[in-house]
Design a protein around this ligand. Structure first.
Ligand code: DAH
Length: 336
């Protein structure tokens, strides 16, 4: 047995493996249950008591040496792989995929850029808001349906902490802290308790614009709306204002643009009217200015708000709103 161990010890130093398969074969030959070392361990039971100590030590030594040699061979194989000996450096590489901007980000940036050219600066506010900034300061009556749990997500019920339902809350935040002239654009995410479908989601995105100064008039608002529509949808775009109601503006209007798919001739997208609605707007209600500490006898202002998803749909004809939040790479890749 001593001789057998000695010759194996000699052998171990010369073991070679050129591939991982060969290495595995060595492992099986020496270290597996039916391998050389196991069979020596079996024989070891019959060794005479006075020899057990010496042979036992040799056997253990053999085992560690085999293990070390196999580890060493593995390291050599690993090293060879990364050192490139076996690589074909002339092969063409795999195509490298860069990410793309999300369509909503593209359109948000476009909207903000247009307003930035008119001197508006970006303002942001928290998504978790309180009743004052989302509703009360903006002149919502106590019994307005938006205050109902049916329509608004309350975070802390009874404590009036809620997820903002529109970015108009940022108006209040800025007006409370800033003296006119104020010229801001507020992009952000908003939340409403809606059943999710292809045309409604429980969260979406809006951009709010606010201009407060002395002598701001509805004519100024209209000018900005025309500029925005033409910049966003092309020089031939027409706008149409319809009277509307919002608690925080008086008078209020909704703006339609000539359908950019059919050029106003009428198509299924505009329901054959030639027009599509894109935003709400109006002159800031004097109550809102006063609520925010701005003297409504001195200052006037206009505000407008639009959904980014809506504008994006018009630009890219996305039929299902849910696509925007599912992050399907095949969808996102199209917007480069
Ligand atoms: N906050 C309104 C909404 O979420 C949108 C809006 C309408 C904003 C008119 C305005 C405005 O600033 O003047 O539906």
């Amino acid at each position: 047995m001593i001789n057998k161990i000695a010759s194996l010890l000699e052998e171990v130093n010369h073991l070679k493996a050129n591939t991982y398969d060969e290495l595995e074969a060595l492992r099986i030959q020496y270290l597996s249950k039916k391998g050389e070392i196991s069979s020596l361990m079996n024989d070891f039971r019959n060794v005479a008591a006075d020899q057990k100590r010496e042979i036992g030590q040799k056997l253990n030594m053999l085992k560690t040496q085999v293990q070390n040699r196999i580890n060493q061979l593995k390291e050599q194989l690993d090293d060879r792989d990364v050192s490139g000996e076996e690589m074909d450096l002339t092969r063409t590489s795999y195509p490298y995929h860069t990410g793309t901007r999300h369509p909503l980000s593209i359109v948000k940036k476009e909207i903000c850029d247009i307003f930035a050219r008119l001197g508006f600066s970006i303002a942001e506010g928290p998504e978790i808001e309180d009743d004052w900034h989302v509703f009360s300061s903006l002149n919502f009556a106590d019994d307005h349906p938006a205050r109902d749990m049916q329509d608004t997500f309350f975070v802390l019920h009874g404590a009036d902490i809620l997820l903002r339902t529109h970015t108009s809350s940022v108006q209040t935040r800025v007006m409370e802290k800033t003296k006119p002239p104020i010229r801001i654009i507020c992009p952000g995410r908003v939340y409403r308790n809606e059943a999710i479908s292809y045309r409604a989601h429980c969260f979406f995105h809006q951009v709010e614009a606010l201009y407060v100064d002395k002598n701001v008039s509805f004519a100024d608002l209209k000018q900005v709306l025309v500029y925005f529509a033409k910049e966003m949808f092309g020089a031939e775009t027409k706008i149409r204002l319809r009277p509307s109601f919002f608690p925080f503006t008086e008078p209020s209007a909704e703006m339609d643009i000539s359908c950019n798919l059919c050029g106003g001739k009428g198509c299924p997208f505009c329901k054959f009217t030639g027009w599509v609605e894109i935003l709400g707007c109006g002159m800031v209600d004097p109550n809102v200015l006063d609520n925010c500490g701005i003297d409504s006898r001195i200052y006037t202002g206009y505000a407008l708000g639009m959904g980014i998803e809506r504008i994006t749909n018009l630009k890219y004809q996305v039929k299902d709103l849910r696509m925007f939040s599912e992050n399907d790479i095949r969808f996102l890749k199209q917007f480069t």
